[in-house]
Write a protein that binds this ligand. Structure first.
Ligand code: HEC
Ligand code: HEC
Length: 650
């Protein structure tokens, strides 16, 4: 054994090297303040190891990047831990860098003969920032996509002429997209780490060559690296690891919804340690933007690089310390300001009488609240999307080959409310009225069209056949407006349907009331079954008898509520007077109706026999394709994927 070791030693000198490293002299004794460099090495090694494992599962393309990160985060064994460590260690590295820099500058460890090593250290810091910038894009989620878009646009401000080519190099062509991703990945996993390793080797070698720079070498007797300093370094490294692991378990690395170039995410922000720059840029607009984006940061970097030279004089050294403190303090303040701007509406109470109505201060104050509310709403919507896409991606239908973004685009639960709010909510209400769950309400305070909550369901149809409810503001008694905008009574109040309900149901002979009520219940069951609503599936199956009876009544074969006198229903009745009830409120029916409500099949136009003709309900056929109309229909019908079957029963 011993001879083997000697053999090895003769050929490599490893033992001697190790001995030199461990027994290197530390003037002034081991100290806690020397641990930061070691923690940074640990952080880097951690990043390299976790990075390689992430690489094994990552697939850099616009259609697979998010999907592979989803796989790592949610399906791969221990993937969340791997990604979590990589995510938080990257942030820890930035903090450790700042501390390390502080320590070096305060101790004056940049002075001769250590200038070059100080410069290498600064380059290393820049590479770490570059790694974090490029890494932010790789998950290809909304946040990273839009924040990086802002960042790459900044390169356009670089000095005369270099802007556009530089931006093209960063973006990988004229358009921000797939090539940006592949480029960033090559930088992140290839170029930058290689540069970092090379510089780090030189950095550590030079550090060994010059030894530890002690401010008060005579304060304590000198020791050797082993064991005193090694122990301190180990404790510090373990502490860093513990903090990172704590963050992974407590918060976890988040994964936003997949990047969608078609839906800009206004609340995209860079990683928190770049927030100060982001905030700083807000103070520069238009022609001065280059100052904030290029010249000011360039000047700061120049001062940092000149520090070893400035620090030759005692006063210069003091200036360096002051400069660094001001820099970090400034960055802290800017970060706080950035957060305060974004969370203003959450952190501050709105004070109605803080400023007089109409004053400039009041306008600025209101604008601040408004901007913050917009931000918070966008963040909340993004969270909702992120949660939903994970639900969908883990659904039995899985992620389609076109990528996860198509899951979101085609999701009725997510897009329905947004489409409704934007295109239907100006007239229609969507509000539970009878003890249902209020969480899905989209409330219109002054509706001018029927409330569409539960459209086609039994309660909805029952409302139409109830003399009280049909004339309520939630139904045909809504507030209508003439073409010139003057308010008027809903024309449907004087229409044939209300007339029919009054004549046959409200004014039914006392003797017939019970019978009529039973007929109504059967008609309700039958007509509502036409919709085939997912939530009513069991109910429909259970009440087959009532449904069959109801169909006979609708067709006028039984009872006294013949609907086909006015409506078409299947092969019975005719078009032209009243909306076609065949497949009423089914997906197909809603799509056709919303596409063109003034069609003869529905309300008819002014020239038709329909009385009254369509009242203000616009035709959406020009604006939306069938897919979008289908999303609206699915959402109105409560037809979307839910992870647990019993949750869909709403
Ligand atoms: C400009 C106002 C307006 C807008 C916008 C509007 N509607 Fe309507 N809608 C009406 C009115 C008024 C009615 C009442 C029936 C009629 O006369 O057409 C109606 C009826 C309906 C009905 C039939 C409900 C019933 O009581 O029988 C459905 C379904 C419907 N709208 C869906 C939609 C959807 C979906 C959108 C958005 C894509 C939308 N509407 C946008 C005004 C509007
Ligand atoms: C006297 C003719 C007439 C009879 C009978 C009649 N309806 Fe109607 N119904 C209408 C008309 C016309 C409308 C369109 C709104 C209006 O003008 O009042 C309508 C509207 C409706 C609507 C709303 C359609 C929409 O999309 O807005 C439903 C549902 C409906 N009727 C169901 C029935 C049922 C069920 C019966 C039978 C129990 C029935 N109707 C009997 C004339 C009639």
């Amino acid at each position: 054994m011993n001879s083997l070791l000697t053999w090895f030693e003769d050929r490599t000198g490893a033992r001697k090297l190790l001995h030199e490293a461990l027994y290197e002299r530390i003037p002034g004794g081991a100290r806690w303040r020397y641990v930061w460099g070691s923690t940074l090495v640990l952080a880097f090694v951690t990043q390299a190891i976790t990075g390689i494992f992430l690489w094994m599962a990552y697939s850099p393309s616009t259609q697979t990047a998010w999907e592979s990160v989803y796989y790592i985060q949610y399906e791969m064994q221990g993937g969340w831990l791997l990604r979590g460590i990589h995510h938080f260690m990257a942030q820890a590295m930035v903090v450790l860098l700042a501390i390390h820099l502080m320590q070096v500058v305060i101790d004056g460890a940049y002075r001769a003969p250590r200038e070059i090593n100080f410069w290498i250290g600064l380059l290393l810091a820049l590479i770490v920032l570059g790694l974090s910038l490029t890494g932010y894009l790789l998950p290809w989620d909304q946040k990273g996509y839009w924040a990086t878009n802002v960042a790459t646009n900044l390169s356009a401000f670089s000095p005369a002429g270099t802007g556009e080519p530089l931006q093209k190099i960063a973006v990988g062509g004229a358009d921000y997209g797939h090539h940006t991703l592949t480029r960033f990945f090559a930088m992140h996993a290839g170029v930058l780490p290689a540069a970092l390793v090379g510089l780090l080797v030189v950095h550590v070698a030079l550090f060994r060559k010059h030894g530890i720079h002690a401010t008060k070498p005579d304060a304590k007797p000198a020791t050797t690296f082993w064991p005193d300093q090694v122990l301190r370094d180990a404790v510090a490294c373990l502490a860093v690891l513990a903090v990172v692991l704590g963050l992974v378990v407590w918060k976890g690395a988040e994964l936003g919804a997949p990047a969608d170039p078609a839906s800009p995410y206004s609340a995209a922000r860079p990683e928190w340690y770049f927030l100060f720059l982001f905030q700083f840029l807000k103070y520069f607009t238009g022609s001065t933007e280059a100052i904030g984006a290029i010249y000011a940061p360039g000047l700061v970097m120049a001062v940092l690089f000149l520090m070893p030279i400035i620090g030759r004089w005692k006063l210069g050294h003091r200036f360096n310390i002051l400069f660094l403190c001001v820099l970090l303090l400034g960055a802290g303040l800017l970060t706080w300001q950035a957060l305060d701007d974004d969370y203003y509406a959450q952190w501050h109470e709105y004070e109605e009488d803080k400023y007089p109505e109409g004053s400039d201060e009041r306008k600025a104050y209101d604008a601040k609240f408004e901007a913050s509310r917009t931000y918070l709403a966008a963040v909340e919507a993004a969270h909702e999307e992120a949660e939903r896409v994970v639900e969908l991606a883990s659904s039995p239908s899985k992620i389609p080959p076109t990528g996860a973004v198509t899951l979101l685009r085609g999701d009725a639960k997510l897009r329905g409310p947004r489409l409704f709010t934007k295109h239907c909510g100006s007239c229609h209400n969507y509000q539970h009225t009878r003890g249902d769950d209020a969480s899905r309400d989209i409330v219109n305070e002054a509706p001018s069209a029927p409330n569409l909550f539960g459209f086609g369901g039994r309660d909805w149809v029952a409302g139409l056949l109830d003399p009280e409810r049909i004339i309520s503001r939630h139904n045909f008694g809504y507030q209508s407006y003439a073409e010139d905008g003057t308010p008027r009574e809903s024309p449907l109040l004087g229409g044939q349907m209300v007339g029919f309900v009054n004549d046959t149901i409200r004014d039914a002979d006392v003797a017939d009331v019970a019978e009529i009520q039973q007929e109504v219940a059967q008609v309700v069951a039958a007509l509502s079954a036409q919709a085939a609503l997912p939530a009513q599936e069991e109910l429909d199956a259970k009440d087959q008898a009532a449904i069959t009876a109801g169909l006979e009544i609708i067709r006028g074969n039984e009872g006294s509520l013949s609907c086909i006198d006015c409506h078409k229903f299947g092969d019975d009745g005719d078009l032209g007077m009243a909306p076609d009830l065949t497949g009423y409120a089914s997906r197909r029916w809603i799509i056709d109706f919303v596409r063109d409500p003034a069609h003869n099949r529905f309300y008819g136009d002014a020239e038709s026999d329909h009385d009254p003709p369509n009242d203000r309900m616009p035709a959406f056929g020009q604006q939306f394709d069938d897919k979008t109309l289908g999303l609206i229909a699915d959402w109105l019908r409560g037809d979307w994927y839910e992870p647990e079957a019993d949750e869909a029963e709403e």
